[in-house]
Design a binder for this molecule. Structure first.
Ligand SMILES: Nc1ncnc2c1ncn2[C@@H]1O[C@H](COP(=O)(O)OP(=O)(O)O)[C@@H](O)[C@H]1O
Ligand SMILES: [Mg+2]
Length: 356
């Protein structure tokens, strides 16, 4: 069992603070993903949980026991690093056995656990090989196997798939989700890839600049992003974001157009940010009264759908999800309409979500 509670966690390297007070509660058996841009503090936070670096300020409790001063080896945690860190002079079997033996397990128990991990990760044919005789994906699986034989109550994975090609990445990703359920422990998985986060996680921690922007299920983050950062970071292609002025029920984007919507945020701010995902907009030819004027940039055909990229005013291109037969020539003038219930509103001042 592994249930985590982080309170006011700060981390400083010399005088530079890189985590600014992290509060987080993780339930037993959850698969949690830390996601955010490079340098936002994901690995640092994971290393504090593992005990590899000291916590500067705040408290980390595991199953209600304070961990700050507990050595890594006594936390019941296993960590898989981005760089694998396999022992080069040991073969696959020895690599997996090493940590388990250090735990003081008997020979038979070590063998049984390696057998199990080997089957799960399909490493049977590779046990005699040294790391240099393995492909990147195979090394990856050995690194994961080495963590699994310890049957950790808490498994920490730091960008474990970053060196795999796309096809293998989605395969190993499925495997990790399955292993997580089989072990029945708690898993924390770090990635900068929002698609990986969305497909794997029970709940996602979105980090930015050493802070948590939002913590919630993939659906919550997609449907109710707490702020502009999360709205932009989650979802691909990204959400269109327009600055609009409100007057009654009418929203005007200066120089682009205006629309009337039945329900607007109760906040009084005259200027709002309005966000709409590609599936919340539709496109029609020519110029119309109610809608936003745009020009087609290009059309991306995906087989089952097409994304038409358009430019409104002098903004960056935004994408509109359309049927697969949609085809507009570049520079065609079009009108963008929005589905009222798919519009997100944010404060221009605070960038926080505004409730409707
Ligand atoms: N040992 C260290 N000494 C000094 N600064 C560090 C150290 N480790 C990480 N940092 C800094 O902390 C910030 C967060 O880094 P990191 O946690 O590795 O980000 P992420 O894993 O999200 O890409 C970065 O600005 C990084 O330069
Ligand atoms: Mg990192």
């Amino acid at each position: 069992m592994a249930q985590l509670s982080l309170r006011g966690i700060k981390k400083r390297f010399k005088s530079v603070e890189v985590l600014h007070g992290i509060d987080l509660d993780v339930k037993d058996r959850e698969l949690i993903v830390f996601v955010g841009p490079s340098g936002c503090g994901k690995s640092t936070l994971l290393r504090l949980i593992a005990g590899l670096d000291p916590i500067t300020d705040g408290e980390f409790r595991l199953n209600d026991k304070r961990m700050n001063e507990i050595a890594p080896s006594r936390r019941g945690i296993a960590m898989v690093f981005q760089s694998y860190a396999l022992y080069p002079h040991m073969n696959v079997y020895e690599n997996m056995a090493f940590g388990a033996r250090l735990m003081g397990l008997g020979k038979a128990e070590v063998e049984a656990r390696i057998g199990e991990a080997t089957r799960m990760l399909r490493l049977e044919a590779l046990l005699e090989r040294k790391p240099r005789e393995l492909s990147g994906g195979q090394r990856q699986r050995v690194a994961i196997g080495r963590a699994l034989v310890r049957k950790p109550q808490l498994l920490l994975l730091d960008e474990p798939l970053s060196n795999l090609d796309a096809a293998l990445r989605s395969e190993v990703r499925l495997e990790i989700a399955r292993l997580h359920r089989e072990i029945g422990g708690t898993t924390i998985y770090v990635t900068h890839d929002q698609v990986e986060a969305m497909t794997l996680a029970d709940r996602i921690v979105v980090m930015n600049g050493g802070r948590i922007e939002q913590f919630g299920s993939p659906r919550e983050l997609y449907e109710t992003p707490a702020n502009v950062f999360v709205a932009n970071f989650i979802g691909s292609p990204r959400m269109a974001m327009l600055t609009v002025e409100r007057e009654g029920n009418r929203l005007t984007a200066p120089g682009i157009g205006q629309i009337s919507l039945p329900r607007l945020p109760s906040s009084r701010e005259r200027e709002l940010l309005m966000g709409v995902r590609p599936d919340g907009m539709s496109i029609s030819s020519g110029t119309r009264q109610d809608g936003f004027a745009a020009k087609v940039v290009y059309t991306e055909y995906l087989g089952d759908s097409a994304y038409v990229y358009v430019r409104m005013g002098d903004g960056a291109p935004v994408s509109v999800r359309c049927g697969p037969d949609t085809q507009y020539a570049p520079d065609t003038p079009v009108t963008i309409s929005v589905e009222p219930e798919k519009v997100h509103y944010f404060s221009r001042e605070t960038a926080q979500r505004l409730a409707v």
